[in-house]
Write a protein that binds this ligand. Structure first.
Ligand code: T3D
Length: 259
C-alpha cells in the first residue's frame, strides 16, 4: 500500500482504491507506479482471482495530475507516458485475470482511458467519461486511441477525442463502451456481486477469454483459430474443466479453484 493507493485483498478479490479524493484521484507518477505494481503482484498471486479498480470520494479519476512537475514547461511528456502509463495499461491487458473498473463519478483524460482499458466497466448513473485531452492540447493516451475506436467505432471515437464532449454513463453504455450502468446507490452492491462471481469463476478460462478476445483484434482468422485451439487444449487439461464437467454430470454447483 502506498499513500495514494489502498490495496485490500479478500476472498480472491484484490481491491485497488485510488486515494487522492481532494484531487479527484488525479494520477501522479507514484500512484501510476503503485497501480502497476499492485496489478503485477495480483498476476503472480494464485489467491488473487479478480482485480477491482476504484476511486475514493466523488470521482473515479481525473487523469494526469496537472500540478505535477512534468506538466510544467520543459517537462518531457513522452518520457513520462512511456515510463508510467504504458506499463500500467500493459499490466491491465496482460494479467490473465479479470480487471473490473468501478466508475463511481467522473473519469477524465487518462482516468477515462484507464477505465476503458479494464475488462469490465460498471458505472454509476451519475458518472461521466471525458476525453478531456484536446481541451488542454493533447491526444488521448493510456491506449485511448487504440481502445476507443474498437469500443465505440472510428466516427464516434474521432468526435469524442476531438471535442472532449462528456459522455454520460448511459451514453457510454448505449455505445458499447462499458458493461453496465446502475443507480448510484446500487453501485457498491453490484460491484461486490460481480467481483465475487468472477472470483469464483474458472480463472484460467477467463484469462484465456481475455487473451483470445484481445488478440482477435489484430489476428487473421486462421491465427485466431490456432490460438483458440492452443488455449482450449490447455484448458482441457485444467482442474477447473474437470470440476465443471463433474459438477454438470452430478447436477451440482461447480467449485472452481482457478487451477
Ligand atoms: O505525461 C503526461 O502528463 C501526459 C499525460 C496526460 C494524461 C491526461 O490525463 S491529460 C488530462 C488531464 N485531466 C484533465 O484535463 C481533467 C482536469 N479536470 C477537470 O476537467 C475537472 O476537474 C473535472 C471535469 C474532472 C471535474 O470537474 P469538477 O467541477 O467536478 O471538479 P473541480 O472543481 O474541477 O476539481 C476538484 C478539485 O480537483 C480541484 O481542486 P481545488 O480547486 O478544489 O483545489 C481541481 O483543481 C482538482 N483537480 C481536478 N482534476 C485535476 C485536479 N488536480 C490536478 N490534476 C487534475 N487532473
Amino acid at each position: 500500500m502506498s499513500g495514494s493507493l489502498l490495496v485490500a485483498r479478500e476472498r480472491g478479490i484484490v481491491r485497488l482504491t485510488m486515494n487522492r479524493p481532494q484531487r479527484l484521484n488525479a494520477l501522479t507518477a507514484e500512484l501510476l507506479d503503485a497501480l502497476t505494481e499492485a496489478i503485477d503482484e495480483a498476476a503472480r498471486d494464485d489467491e488473487a482471482r479478480v482485480v477491482l479498480v476504484c476511486g475514493a470520494g466523488r470521482a473515479f479519476c481525473a487523469g494526469q495530475d496537472l500540478g505535477e512537475d512534468v506538466v510544467a514547461p520543459g517537462g518531457d511528456l513522452g518520457a513520462h507516458v512511456a515510463r508510467h502509463y504504458k506499463p500500467l495499461v500493459l499490466a491491465i491487458r496482460r494479467i490473465g485475470k479479470p480487471v473490473v473498473a468501478r466508475v463511481n463519478g467522473v473519469a477524465a483524460g487518462a482516468g477515462a482511458n484507464l477505465a476503458f482499458a479494464c475488462d469490465i466497466v460498471l458505472a454509476a448513473r451519475s458518472a461521466q467519461f471525458i476525453e478531456s485531452f484536446a481541451r488542454i492540447g493533447l491526444l488521448p493516451d493510456t491506449a485511448g486511441t487504440w481502445m476507443l475506436p474498437r469500443l465505440i467505432g472510428h466516427a464516434r471515437a474521432t468526435a469524442v477525442a476531438m471535442l472532449g464532449t462528456p459522455l454520460s454513463a448511459q451514453q457510454a453504455y448505449e455505445w458499447g463502451a462499458i458493461w453496465r450502468v446502475v443507480d448510484d446507490e446500487a453501485l457498491d452492491a453490484q460491484c461486490d456481486e460481480l467481483a465475487a462471481a468472477l472470483a469464483k469463476a474458472p480463472t484460467k478460462a477467463l484469462g484465456a477469454v481475455k487473451r483470445a478476445l484481445s488478440e482477435g483484434w489484430t489476428n487473421e482468422i486462421a491465427a485466431q483459430l490456432d490460438l483458440e485451439t492452443d488455449l482450449q487444449r490447455a484448458l482441457g487439461a485444467s482442474n477447473d474443466f474437470r470440476e465443471g464437467v463433474d459438477a454438470f454430470s452430478n447436477k451440482r454447483e461447480p467449485v472452481f479453484r482457478g487451477e
